[in-house]
Ligand binder design. Structure first.
Ligand code: NAI
Length: 390
């Protein structure tokens, strides 16, 4: 079978990973970056990955050669002319991205779809600069792209919706799990996951439990990593920037308010694993013993964090951000949650989740803990969520 050609602009962490995914699926790839050094580095990194895959017996030596040959690297945007899809994965800056789209539209045919891998910018805003915004949408991969299964497919307000099923099919061909989401801040994953970090930080800020206790409580109910271990892995600077961007984009809704503790960790340069120190130490220094006088039991921590996560999912469902099935897939495949949040609500009982939220709202008197109206309605009618594919 002859495969189509995809163009990828930006050969950094994301662009290189997406190029590998497409080439592994048999597509031809034109990988473009403004820097020759970046392209050379990307090529060497892929060679290393391929050697490892051969050693592990996942691909043959011939397949490794063929896969690498399917990726053409260039600094010239003109080389993207024959692509049916171009994915942009350059620096997260509106002006720079819009400039690249303007050059790209002069090169590709009108039938070529153009996608952005942006995490935090409005896809609709980016689309507005195109001559043909109806062929533009978001394809949001997760890092590292070859390993993370989820892709959020994000039509802009201007997107011709007939293009969406094509993109979903292509992502399926690439071995990914695509989910469709409205173009709203954080899309699905970066929006629904906020309380995992935000509530954990508040519990520690209030000295109701230590980082170790919060992490242990969450791992006890199936999360692979606790919130603090995960923030240290992601990098506090990155995680804080995502939180700030979602908070601002939602007009300072207190549900998404960033944490002072996290800001101070960023200011101190305690970014996590990459800097040798975050909430934990990774530089061999002894771990400071943490305050043993936790006031809250693990169950209270679990109820608080998971109920807030469920509330986000229910809110997103009622706003039509995505279907129940896609919301569940996004959290289980995108961030490896032990189960979907709506399924979790069913398991605990919608009324119980509502009680947890009302307890928090009473304790703090804050709008942050307002239960989603749909949750109230469902509790009143004794309903549960339908999370099965129709
Ligand atoms: P990166 O900094 O690793 O790579 C960006 C690349 O774009 C660099 O190699 C740079 O030389 C190139 N570039 C910049 N301006 C260019 C231009 N005008 N023309 C051609 N090439 C240009 O960035 P990364 O982390 O790969 O992110 C890229 C995009 O993906 C951003 O929009 C980011 O928000 C998004 N994203 C990042 C994730 C992550 O975890 N790093 C996850 C999901 C999305």
């Amino acid at each position: 079978m002859t495969h189509s050609t995809v163009g990828i602009i930006g050969a950094g962490a994301m662009g290189s990973g997406i190029a590998q995914v497409a080439a592994q699926a048999g597509w031809n790839v034109v990988l473009m970056d403004q820097s020759n050094d970046v392209l050379t580095h990307s090529s060497a990194a892929l060679a290393k990955v391929c050697n490892r895959l051969v050693e592990k017996g996942r691909i043959t030596a011939d397949e490794s050669v063929a896969l690498q040959l399917r990726i053409d690297r260039t600094t010239e945007i003109q080389k993207l002319s024959s692509c049916i899809l171009v994915i942009e994965a350059i620096v997260e800056n509106v002006t720079v991205k819009q400039k690249v789209f303007a050059s790209l539209e002069n090169v590709v045919s009108n039938a070529c779809l153009i996608a952005t891998n942006t995490s935090s910018l409005s896809v609709t805003g980016l689309a507005s600069s195109l001559q043909h915004p109806e062929r533009f949408l978001g394809l949001h991969f997760f890092n590292p792209a070859p390993l993370m299964q989820l892709v959020e497919v994000v039509p802009a307000m201007q997107t011709d919706l007939r293009h969406v099923p094509r993109c979903i099919e292509w992502m399926g061909q690439w071995g990914k799990t695509p989910v469709q989401t409205k173009d709203t801040p954080g899309f699905i994953v970066n929006r629904l996951a906020r309380p995992f970090y935000g509530e954990a930080l508040r519990i520690v800020e209030e000295e109701l439990a230590t980082t170790l206790e919060v992490d242990a409580a969450m791992k006890a109910i199936g999360f692979r990593m606790g919130p603090f271990e995960l923030m240290d892995l992601i990098g506090n600077d990155i995680n804080y920037a995502v939180t700030v961007s979602v908070f601002e984009a939602f007009y300072f809704d207190p549900r998404y308010r960033p944490s002072l503790i996290q800001k101070q960790h960023v200011e101190a340069g305690w970014l996590g694993r990459k800097s040798g120190r975050g909430y934990y130490r990774y530089d061999g220094a002894p771990v400071a013993s943490s305050a043993p006088n936790a006031m809250k039991d693990p169950e209270w921590i679990q109820h608080r964090i998971v109920s807030m996560l469920i509330n986000e999912a229910v809110d997103a469902l009622s706003l039509g951000i995505a279907t129940a099935v896609d919301l569940e897939l996004a959290m289980t495949r995108g961030v490896n949650y032990p189960k979907g949040l709506l399924a979790w609500a069913n398991e605990w009982g919608v009324e119980t989740v509502l009680e947890h939220l009302q307890g928090l709202q009473e304790r703090y008197g804050e709008d942050r803990y307002r239960p989603a109206p749909l949750l109230r309605d469902m509790a009143a009618n004794n309903q549960s969520f339908n999370v099965e594919q129709e």
